[in-house]
Write a protein that binds this ligand. Structure first.
Ligand code: IPM
Ligand code: MG
Length: 355
């Protein structure tokens, strides 16, 4: 029997509720295979600040690096918005990503047939959408120097080095090779020097992947094309801030941001987390949709642990649950047979995943 060590970072807001459901599903699926999980909890975000005075205690890094993978909920909330920037929950998350070296953020946006009516777009536009947004996660304007703030001026700098662009481009082309073999690189090369470098380097790297078709698009056009004709995209490769924005946009093709998982990977370890935030307004009410986190657990099984069959079981359990009409409140208007709570949703998926 193999035991995988998983670092659990529940975080703030709905974080603890959704992580609990993902753990339920992981344990259920493990019961069908020859492995189990040992979880170790670590603090990050506002809750970490409240207890230790630091949104990212050193111990959290150590626990994470000593694990096989990290499963992460969400952080942040208005309660901590007035803290100095370095004490804010978001700073903890950014530092965490940087320290773990998770430079590639994979954000799949796949439309479930069962939820075809849930999107704000017409079914004929979104039917069959299957996009992988690949977002560079530890560079760009989120991290560039100089940055600063005076009373009357605030500034940040978008910086990318050749090395940073090369490694994310390789990831994108390799992932595209296992998909529809098309990469669309998104930038703002008509205005930004950093984007022109991005475009030049991605083009160079593409020569090593002659089986993958590369196209380029400006980010403003990409935002429009995602709504106009999302099926044109296979892999969307982009930098940190454009990827942040476009992945939220892509999530709306799917009906609810509560559905989308992500994997953040690098050389050392992977972090698996829903793309949504901590939703403090609905925390503690038992109405959050745990599917994004459960699907992130499935990505963890596949990418970090190579337990593909177990991952498949979770994906199928999610589909079956949706097909049978179980919905959390965010999706209650769309072909719901039964509206269920966060924990009921987790239990139904866990039950199917264990079959
Ligand atoms: C995300 C979030 C984070 C980001 C925030 C919470 C710092 O929006 O993971 O998409 O901007 O990267
Ligand atoms: Mg975001």
């Amino acid at each position: 029997m193999k035991t995988y060590k998983i670092a659990l970072i529940k975080g703030d807001g709905i974080g603890p509720e959704i992580i609990e459901e993902a753990v339920k599903v992981l344990d259920a699926v493990a019961s069908c295979f020859d492995f189990d999980f040992e979880y170790e909890e670590a603090l990050m975000g506002g809750c970490a600040y409240d207890i230790t005075g630091d949104p990212l205690p050193k111990e959290t890094i150590n626990i994470s690096l000593n694990s096989d993978a990290v499963l992460f909920g969400a952080i942040g909330g208005s309660k901590w918005d007035s803290l100095p920037r370095e004490k804010r929950p978001e700073s903890g998350l950014l530092k965490f990503r940087k320290e773990l070296g998770v430079y590639a953020n994979l954000r799949p946006a796949v439309v479930y047939d069962e939820l075809i009516n849930a999107s704000s777009l017409k079914p004929e536009i979104i039917m069959g959408v299957d996009i992988m947004v690949i977002r560079e996660l530890i560079g760009g304007i989120y991290f560039g120097e100089p940055k600063g703030r005076t009373e009357d001026k605030g500034w940040n700098t978008m910086v990318y080095t050749r090395m940073e662009i090369e490694r994310i481009a390789h990831q994108a082309f390799k992932i595209a090779q296992k998909r529809d073999k098309r990469v669309c690189s998104i930038d703002k090369a008509n205005v930004l020097d950093v984007s022109q470098l991005w475009r030049d380097v991605v083009t160079e790297i593409s020569k090593q992947y002659p089986d993958v078709e590369l196209s380029h698009m400006y980010v403003d056009n990409a935002a429009m094309q995602l709504i106009l004709n999302p099926r044109q995209f296979d892999v969307m490769l982009t930098g940190n801030i454009f990827g942040d924005i476009l992945s939220d946009e892509a999530s709306m093709l799917c009906g609810s941001i509560g559905l989308l998982p992500s994997a953040s990977v690098g050389e050392k370890i992977g972090v698996y987390e829903p793309i949504h935030g901590s939703a403090p307004d609905i925390a503690g009410q038992g109405i959050a949709n745990p599917i994004a986190t459960i699907a992130s657990a499935s990505m963890m099984l596949k990418h970090a642990l190579s337990e593909n069959a177990a991952a498949k079981k979770i994906d199928n359990a999610i589909k079956r649950t949706l097909k049978e009409g179980y919905r959390t409140k965010d999706l209650a208007q769309y072909d719901a047979k039964e509206v269920c709570s966060t924990s009921e949703m987790g239990s139904i998926i866990a039950n199917y995943a264990a079959k």
